[in-house]
Design a protein around this ligand. Sequence first.
Ligand code: PLP
Length: 410
Amino acid sequence: MELNDGRYKIGGVDILELGTTYDLPLYVYDLAKMQHQYEQLVNAFEGINLKVLYACKALTNQSILGFFKSLGSGLDTVSIQEVQLGLKAGFLPEDIVFTPNCVSFEEIQQAVKLGVKINIDNISILEQFGNTYGSSVPICLRINPHIFAGGNPKISVGHIDSKFGISVYQMRHVERVVHSSKIQVEGLHMHTGSDILDVDVFLRGSDILLETAKQFPHLKTIDFGSGFKVPYKPNDRYTDIKELGQKLGKRFKDFCKEYGKELTMMFEPGKYLVSEAGYFLVKTNVIKQTTATVFAGVDSGMNHLIRPMLYDAYHHIINASNPTGIERFYTIVGYICETDTFGWDRKLKEVREGDVLVFKNAGAYAYSMSSNYNSRYRPAEVALYKGAAKLIRKRETIEDLLQGQIQIDF
Ligand SMILES: *Cc1c(COP(=O)(O)O)cnc(C)c1O
């Protein structure tokens, strides 16, 4: 997002014009930024056999999935519905990894039928899988290396507090099941959490994964998951992908040498690929001065961007309509009838009723976590590609709210 001749633009496209053309509220995605992130990750691991899987739960629009496919990305999915969306967007089954948690064995069987790669994250499912498929369907195992990462990263090996993955301490049991059912383990995987800032914390988990990998002689892939931290606030720190590429790249190469085989390294980022590419545009409905603060009430709410209320997430907010105004303090709130705050005590260029506010980092977990709460429509989505705006999802209408409902007679 840049300020150019007194107008805010995203990739050269005027923000206020987007609002006029497509109406507000509106999600806007800058595909050039997504591509930049993708290429930055690929370039950081030059010389390594790398496969990036876009973790599509961050943003599942078909056009976005198609764009990542065009870049050469695979797909990381966590539900059978995401698998179906990926196939519909044109991904080959072998480029889709299914990494569910606590789903039924029936759902895993559906994924096997669709031909996608299966990532197993508990021993009960592993046993059922072995009983059903034996050696006929290769699998990947999700390992929990028991590191605590994210926010204020702290290594805590030995702590058992996550529902994800199979504990590294259970490998003896895993080996027994694998051996007796002749299950082909072709991949190992970890995903330890979100917002991992420190490369060394990432490496700690990776070392445990690589150590575990020595016990599995038929591997083809090692998936290091995701959780890269992206900047949310101005001057925020974020994961240094170059440093990660150098350090983990070297360890991976050394490991492959020792293992005696060139393996494929995988990552499955969501946030890292799409968070910063997204902008959420809203209109200011009212300015309300109370005894405690000045509220700017906008034509949106946690139904469209729940992260601030759900995780106390910070989304930077800018007034696109008044770039030269004086700065004042506001509490930015939504129109949902319950406490629905986007940001307290934010310094914005003076906000007037009708002004367009822009929320940054709205690419990941914004639309994909949206709802119709308060019977509000979900906004439209627009992709900016090669200097032009393209509508990739229509704004909802009353028909969408009534879709599937059956009114009985009284
Ligand atoms: C959510 C998820 C990701 C993506 O996490 P980000 O923090 O968005 O990068 C990757 N892998 C799995 C298995 C996930 O559940």
